[in-house]
Design a protein around this ligand. Structure first.
Ligand SMILES: [Zn+2]
Length: 57
């Protein structure tokens, strides 16, 4: 029961609730924005996205 989950936006390992999919709301927003951008602009598929939602310094 220790399935590893990662943020769907940036890939950072998630801890806490089992239903979490993103590290925070910003990650979720980034993810949704990317989906929208890809749907509108197919050429964006495969372009690396720099995510700021999980930057830890
Ligand atoms: Zn994230």
């Amino acid at each position: 029961m220790n399935q590893e989950r990662v943020c769907l936006d940036c890939g950072t390992p998630l801890q806490g609730r089992a239903d979490k999919k993103f590290c925070n709301d910003l990650g979720r927003n980034n993810y949704n924005n990317q989906l929208t951008a890809i749907a509108i602009t197919p050429s964006l598929v495969g372009v690396p996205q720099v995510s700021g939602c999980c930057v830890v310094r």
